[in-house]
Design a protein around this ligand. Structure first.
Ligand SMILES: [Fe+2]
Length: 396
């Protein structure tokens, strides 16, 4: 086991901690660009409370609202222009993953002279990665993407129909303010999508690792089991703050680098495929994941059943005949798919009205953005274009 892990983001966690935002922000700047989606945070009063806390601490607020789901590069450019015009020295993201991702690229873009799309990494060496950014405070209002404590940002360009990502040290938020009270008003479907997204962040590392990693495996299984158990509680009663808090921390842990450190994982194939599909159809990120992930798991289990047998045994308490018991592996995947259906997530493209017409295009476009140098999508096993199309058909 050999690894190098860095996570400089300070975490402030607790119900009601939004009130501390101003005091926490003050050391980082005095004029904040407050990035939001603009809808729910205004309706439920979160925006007003954030502004009041900032102002009370002597931090002025410049509003940057209207970041859309699957955030577009145009919104990033607009945010950068506003921050420059208004002389902002700090960025505060108040919203879900889209808002936080846009805010990250805005914070870096303010200090970058070129176009922010330069920063978006397409699986090739990128000379334009940002090395500096304005200080960023992430305040998630939804437990899902884990963006609050990592250095990734997923951005789309509708013109080229490319959805890809920036990933570099400068994009770590200085501080993640995690207040599970802010997630109490998240509707049931969005809550379920958040649970599915965080589980997928963990399964990607878990199933794409070939190393013997008992600690990492159990950390991953702990996140998955907690997300399922506490997720069911939250979906039965959205006001269950204790369960909301567990889901919030699970979402952060799922993608802050700790769970997967040292597991030698290669690739994020389900996410890479989902990004392409949502670049074409603007679907909810997690809906794409819950459709593609079980089909990908069936494909990968046939090549490497052992990890899927372990998943079946430890997550669903199934009894395998041996580590190569493919029937048991597939039964575990079926139980996982049933859980996704139970919480209201789609598991077939047809449920979203997406047919098979563009499957070859999705395969080609995904491989254009990321490949292993031999024309295959990184993962275990790596996937050819034909295998990608097979997996998509299995999910159709
Ligand atoms: Fe995700």
């Amino acid at each position: 086991m050999k690894f190098d892990v860095l996570n400089p983001t300070r975490v402030v966690f607790g119900a009601g901690r939004l009130a501390d935002l101003g005091a926490l922000a003050k050391p980082y700047g005095s004029r904040a660009l407050l990035v939001t989606g603009g809808g729910s945070v205004k309706r439920n009063g979160t925006f007003e409370r954030a502004v009041a806390s900032l102002n009370q601490a002597g931090v002025e607020v410049v509003e940057c609202s209207g970041v859309e789901p699957n955030p577009k590069i145009g919104s990033v450019r607009k945010g950068i222009a506003t921050a420059l015009d208004e002389g902002c020295d700090l960025v505060v993201a108040l919203g879900g993953g889209s808002v936080m991702d846009a805010a990250k690229v805005i914070a870096a873009g303010v200090l970058y002279e070129g176009d922010p799309w330069d920063m978006i990494f397409h699986g090739q060496p990128n000379p334009y990665i940002p090395f500096t950014a304005l200080p960023l405070i992430a305040v998630p209002t939804l437990a899902a993407t884990g963006s609050e404590m990592n250095c990734g940002a997923v951005i789309s360009d509708p013109e080229s129909q490319v959805k890809s990502f920036a990933s570099t040290e400068a994009l770590y938020p200085k501080l993640a303010l995690l207040d599970p009270e802010l997630t109490l008003s998240v509707p049931r479907d969005q809550t379920a999508y958040g649970i599915a997204d965080l589980i997928t962040h963990v399964t990607e590392g878990y199933f794409n690792s070939s190393a013997e990693t008992p600690l990492q495996d159990r950390l991953a299984e702990g996140v998955i089991l907690t997300a399922m158990q506490e997720g069911r509680k939250v979906l039965a009663d959205g006001s269950d703050l204790a369960a909301r808090a567990q889901i919030q921390w699970a979402a952060t842990l799922a993608l802050n680098g700790w769970v997967s450190s040292g597991n030698g994982g290669v690739g994020f194939p389900v996410h890479m495929l989902e990004h392409t599909v949502s670049a074409y159809h603007d679907i909810t990120h997690a809906a794409g994941l819950t459709i593609i992930n079980p089909a990908w798991m069936r494909f990968a289990a046939k090549a490497r059943p052992a990890k899927f047998v372990q998943f079946a045994e430890r997550i669903f308490a199934l009894q395998a005949k041996g580590s190569d018991d493919l029937d048991c592996a597939l039964e575990g995947i079926q139980r996982f798919e049933a859980f996704l259906t139970e919480i209201g997530c789609p598991t077939r493209f047809s449920q979203l009205g997406i047919d098979d017409q563009l499957f070859e295009t999705y395969a080609r476009e995904t491989l254009r953005i990321v490949n292993d140098g031999q024309g295959r999508l990184p993962g275990l096993p790596p996937m050819s274009a034909a295998q990608i199309v097979d997996v998509l058909r299995d999910a159709s």
